[in-house]
Design a binder for this molecule. Structure first.
Ligand code: SF4
Ligand code: SF4
Length: 201
């Protein structure tokens, strides 16, 4: 376990290698999960603020779901989440498939097109790191929870390119916790990954 700023970080975040391979996984983490993407309270306002600007990226079926369920919904285990479409493999309503069948995010696409200044929910940006806020005296934790099978190509690509999870997720880690946190994490991870010094007799 690595500890930075009182946050417990699982060893796998330092040790495992990971680079998303969209051509292989088709962005499958945006569909078929237990619920939509978790949203913070501040993000609920951002979803409302940017919805009109991003809805042209969404498909009609998703717009129909939003009509029925709203722009976000409450899940008793995960709190506020993005709605999903039960008739389309529980695809997040803000996801759309491109011509290659790869799922893209309407928020992210609008961000790249210079239409909105917000990329996407931080939970999506950090995935496969999952954040567990410290509650009732429990410490704040970051775990590595890649999707079984679906993320296997990302593990293979990460190994080939020799990119550890924390390095691949530098941008969202800095966005969420700041540059100093990332620097400290990178240093701690490098130390953690160093082979033990051999004892010379
Ligand atoms: S997190 Fe996994 S499923 Fe999502 S884009 Fe990356 S490799 Fe694909
Ligand atoms: S908000 Fe965007 S990135 Fe997050 S699950 Fe939905 S489509 Fe995917």
């Amino acid at each position: 376990m690595i500890v930075v700023d009182n946050i417990l970080i699982s060893d796998e975040i330092a040790e495992k290698k990971f680079v998303c391979d969209l051509a292989k996984c088709k962005g499958g983490c945006c569909e078929d999960g237990d619920a939509g993407a978790p949203l913070t309270d501040e993000e609920l306002d951002l979803v409302l603020a940017y919805f009109e600007k991003i809805k042209s990226y969404m498909n009609q079926a998703s717009l129909n779901v939003v009509e029925k369920k709203g722009k976000y919904e409450y899940h008793k285990e995960f709190g506020w989440v993005t709605p999903t479409n039960p008739d389309d493999k529980e695809l997040c309503v803000y996801g759309f498939r491109d011509e290659k069948g790869i799922i893209k995010c309407a928020f992210e696409q609008a961000y790249y097109d210079g239409i909105i200044p917000w990329k996407k929910p931080i939970s999506c940006h950090l995935f496969p790191i999952i954040e567990y806020p410290g509650k009732k005296g429990m410490p704040h934790r970051l775990n590595y929870e890649a999707r079984e099978k679906l993320c296997n190509p990302a593990c293979a690509l990460g190994k080939k390119l020799e990119v550890p999870v924390y390095e691949f997720l530098k941008e969202p880690l800095e966005r969420r916790f700041g540059k100093d946190f990332y620097k400290a994490l990178a240093k701690a991870a490098t130390m953690h990954n160093k082979p033990e010094k051999q004892h010379v007799k």
